[in-house]
Design a protein around this ligand. Structure first.
Ligand SMILES: [Zn+2]
Ligand SMILES: [Zn+2]
Length: 417
């Protein structure tokens, strides 16, 4: 027998019986984003590798270990996008969206790729819904971005999702704090795990994301970034917190929340949910006021987030109840004549928007009734040789089990059923 092929490690299918929940979340997002004034953008899945090394940062885990990057046939370095913000900013700059759009608020839905150790809620092809609000530096713009994100969780019956926020401050504050942290941890470097030893030199903030017990113990008394902000950044953070309170969004200040991507500045946030355990964020985002300039544009403030759809699905598994559409009528056709009649009848019914189904070439009525049962259809219309001879069809209501005869010519007139 020929060997069956399987999906790649860490890649998975989203199957028809799960898709309803995915669509539910996606449609809720589209509706909300429209309401908040976001326009959709679709960027390519492949980009130049440099886009990500320059934005996410050379020293980050994503770039170092997780990116699917390779040389194409033209020896160009390309990568499957590991996240959505950098491509959106690239598209924004390349297409001059700042000039073309009066207000530049964008959203995207699509797959991202990271070569991580596969586990629940972490596939190598995973899906994100994200927004980028470009051009606003007001703290209330941060609040607005967080508000639409929290609304999405509400729409997916995850009102109990928890928002954690922090501030990294401006580029200057970040540099300054990295120095403070380096000095504070200098005596303890040898106690850190191997990864953190590397992070200490390359990307020290990332140490806060380590799950190693010893590292966590060392960091327990570490200096807190939000306590070392310049007056302007401190004020911004304060106003974000006030704004969140003003619109009724609960939050917790998480002093060790840093987000490991280089481009984040100022407000950072993440959302966790008890169904996923506290260490796995279901959404994350923040301000990235330096990124647009970093990628060749004018200095432009921006703020955004991405929700991990796979994790959202895990968290909301039993809570999202997509509406089921029920098949209105199943045609139980017996014999070639009935099949011929059936194809015409299907066309007429579908033309009227009636959801109908059949199984051509069926062997017996019994097997068709079983199939109709499994499909949970409302009614079955039985047409066999006997019925055709008598110019009738038998209509059976599957809920009440009542049966009646109708004229064949009336079969497509649903109001006569
Ligand atoms: Zn600052
Ligand atoms: Zn560590």
């Amino acid at each position: 027998m020929t060997k069956k092929l399987a999906a790649l490690k860490g890649m998975r299918d989203i199957l028809p019986y799960d898709i309803g929940k995915w669509r539910y979340a996606e449609e809720a997002a589209r509706k909300l984003f429209a309401n908040f004034g976001y326009a959709e953008i679709r960027t390519p899945i492949l980009e130049e590798t440099a886009l990500f090394t320059r934005s996410i940062g050379e020293g980050t885990e994503i770039v170092q270990k997780q990116m699917f990057s390779f040389k194409d046939r033209g020896e160009r370095d390309i990568a499957l996008r590991p996240e959505g913000t950098a491509p959106v900013v690239r598209a924004y700059l390349e297409n001059g969206l700042d000039m073309k759009m009066p207000i530049c608020k964008l959203f995207y839905i699509g797959p991202m790729f990271r070569s991580e150790r596969p586990q629940a809620g972490r596939s190598r092809q995973f899906y994100q819904i994200g927004v980028e609000s470009i051009g606003f530096n007001s703290p209330q713009a941060d609040v607005d971005v967080i508000a639409v994100m929290m609304k999405l969780f509400e729409a997916c019956s995850l009102e109990d999702a928890e928002l954690n926020i922090n501030s990294l401050g401006c580029e200057k504050d970040k540099k300054h704090f990295e120095q403070i942290l380096k000095e504070a941890l200098a005596a303890d470097v040898k106690r850190l795990c191997e990864d953190c030893k590397k992070r200490y030199d390359k990307n020290i903030l990332r140490i806060f994301d380590c799950k190693n017990e010893t590292c966590r113990a060392v960091l327990h008394a570490a200096p807190k970034v939000a306590e070392h902000l310049c007056p302007e950044c401190r004020m911004h953070f304060e106003k974000v917190r006030e704004g969140l309170t003003a619109v009724g969004i609960k939050y917790r200040v998480e002093p060790f929340l840093v987000r490991g991507l280089d481009y984040y500045t100022g407000t950072v946030f993440e959302v966790t949910h008890k169904n996923l355990g506290s260490q796995d964020a279901v959404a994350a985002g923040g301000r990235y006021d330096g990124l647009i300039q970093e990628l060749g544009g004018e200095p432009t403030p921006a703020c955004g987030f991405a929700v991990g759809l796979d994790r959202l699905m895990l968290a909301a598994a039993d809570r999202i109840k997509p509406q089921e559409t029920r098949i209105e009528v199943f045609l139980a056709l017996l014999g070639e004549e009935a099949d011929k009649l059936g194809i015409k009848l299907l066309k007429e019914l579908r033309g009227k928007g009636v959801l109908c189904e059949t199984c051509f070439g069926a062997k017996s009525l019994k097997s068709q009734m079983r199939l109709a049962d499994r499909l949970k259809v409302k009614r079955v219309l039985i047409i066999g040789e006997d019925e055709i001879a008598k110019d009738i069809a038998v209509l059976r209501d599957m809920d009440t089990k009542e049966q009646k005869e109708i004229k064949l010519k009336d079969a497509a007139d649903t109001h006569l059923w």
